[in-house]
Design a protein around this ligand. Structure first.
Ligand code: IMO
Ligand code: MG
Length: 435
């Protein structure tokens, strides 16, 4: 066994949390490699619906070490709340179990202030970020001004670095955005205390991952966000600021591509997007609401980090095939198939019309994509309740045709299908060894 990459194959919110929870049972390491608390991953522990934001969704499998990898941006204030909440539910995130890579970047209050200020300034062109400070945190990282987690072990140097961050931010906030400055003393005091709490969690997590690989154990790399939000290959600028794709596992955890032997793309049976940016198969009005749900259920399409209603639309096979290629997917896990019950016919997008000519590849260029009209193939729908299905044989013919269409279009087999939110409502389609 080696590294399994679990990747969002669409615009995020594909249901990665539940699948990570299932895969973590056989893993000795569960790791996040990108992003920060912009992620919101849902899992069910007993009767309780839990959301993780920074901690890997596999955290409740107590045999696994939890890693926050070098590619992340970590808000210690959020982490403290999350660790307390998850420990209250039995996660046992001690320094022995939750490891923070020394090279991970810290996301600090100035990043959050700048994220809000940038979005406000963009007005109608706003990206629609989660306002968690993600973009500015990666900006400071790439400018080589960021504060790395490893500095938590040196309180005096750490205090100076945090103060430097606040002063840099205040210069911009007051000069460029006419906003009040952040209180540097208060931030330094809070973060020195947070650093004292989390310094015992510091580790060279790359060494831990490689030791596990050498022992032949399974390492689960949990992606946050989705392929189409990738900083390089997504619909820029309407993207997040990290490498969400399978290649990001190598960067964010420090492993070579040959160690990533399975690349699982999690895709929803339809599409959703939260925030701005092109979305060719987007629906409006009642059809959109039908896919979104009312918000009464935890699985309805409302943001788990921000509560925003998600934009919804039909399955986009052109985009999914792009995700299959960009990530080198070895399998697809299809989630929420049950939501399509009762819709007949079921349109799936198989090409775009761009300037009156059909194209079959996905243009990640946002201005081209925004001019693309979807070309649909209409598949038959089904009326039967599929939420009790335990195998592909239990599905009506039309649902099986839907799965076959996805496999033949993308060239990737579907390994698992989910037909409801419970752990028991996931069944195997093609053998993948997920167990
Ligand atoms: P999970 O891991 C869906 C979106 C935001 C916005 C864009 C940039 O739960 O799938 P950011 O705050 O990252 O700078 O926002 O990315 N976004 C997500 N959409 N699921 C997520 O995470 C997301 N994380 C960020 O809505 O459009
Ligand atoms: Mg989410």
């Amino acid at each position: 066994m080696s590294v399994i990459a679990l990747i969002g194959a669409q615009w995020g919110d594909e249901g990665k949390g539940h699948i990570a929870d299932a895969l973590a049972a056989q893993s000795t390491i569960v790791a996040r490699y990108n992003g920060g608390d912009n992620a919101g991953h849902s899992i069910t522990i007993g009767d309780t619906a839990v959301r993780t934001h920074l901690v890997p969704a596999g955290a409740f499998h107590l045999q696994a070490t939890c890693i926050l990898g070098a590619g992340m941006v970590i808000n210690l204030h959020s982490l403290a709340h999350e660790v307390d909440e998850l420990n209250g539910l039995g996660a046992n995130l001690t320094p022995a179990r939750l490891k923070i890579d020394r090279a991970a970047q810290l996301l600090l209050p100035g990043h959050i202030a700048l994220d809000g200020a940038d979005e406000a300034q963009l007005g109608a062109d706003a990206i629609g970020t989660t306002r968690r400070g993600i973009g500015p945190a990666y900006t400071e990282k790439m400018s080589r001004l960021g504060v790395r987690a490893g500095l938590m072990a040196e309180p005096d140097v750490f205090a100076d670095a945090v103060r430097g961050h606040v002063e840099r931010t205040n210069a911009r906030l007051t000069r460029d955005y006419a906003q009040p400055p952040i209180d540097a003393d208060a931030v330094v005091a809070e973060y020195v205390a947070l650093a004292a709490r989390f310094a015992p969690h510091l580790a060279d997590t790359t060494a831990l991952v490689h030791a596990a690989i050498e022992r032949g154990e399974r390492v689960l790399a949990e992606g946050a966000q989705g392929t189409l939000l990738d900083i390089d290959h997504g619909t820029y600028p309407y993207v997040t600021s990290s490498s969400t794709i399978a290649g990001g596992v190598c960067i964010g955890l420090g492993v070579g591509p040959r160690h990533v032997t399975r690349v699982i793309g999690v895709a929803k049976a339809f599409c959703s997007r939260v925030g701005g940016g092109p979305f060719p198969t987007e629906l409006h009005d009642e059809a959109a609401a039908r896919l979104r749900g009312t918000g009464a259920n935890p699985w309805d399409e409302f943001g788990s980090t921000t509560g925003r209603p998600r934009r919804t639309g039909w399955l986009d096979l052109v985009a999914l095939k792009y995700a299959a290629r960009i990530n080198g997917l070895t399998e697809i896990v299809l989630t929420k198939l049950d939501i399509l019950t009762g819709i007949d016919p079921l349109p799936v997008c198989i090409a775009y019309s761009y300037r009156d000519a059909p194209i079959t590849h996905f243009p990640s260029d946002a201005s081209i994509l925004s001019q693309c009209q979807p070309i649909y193939s209409e598949l038959p729908g089904w009326e039967e309740n599929i939420s009790v299905a335990q195998s592909v044989e239990d599905l009506p013919l039309a649902a099986r045709v839907y799965l076959l269409q996805i496999e033949s279009f993308t060239g990737v087999q579907i390994s698992y299908v989910s037909v409801g939110p419970e752990r028991s409502q996931v069944f195997e389609v093609h053998q993948s060894g997920m167990s």
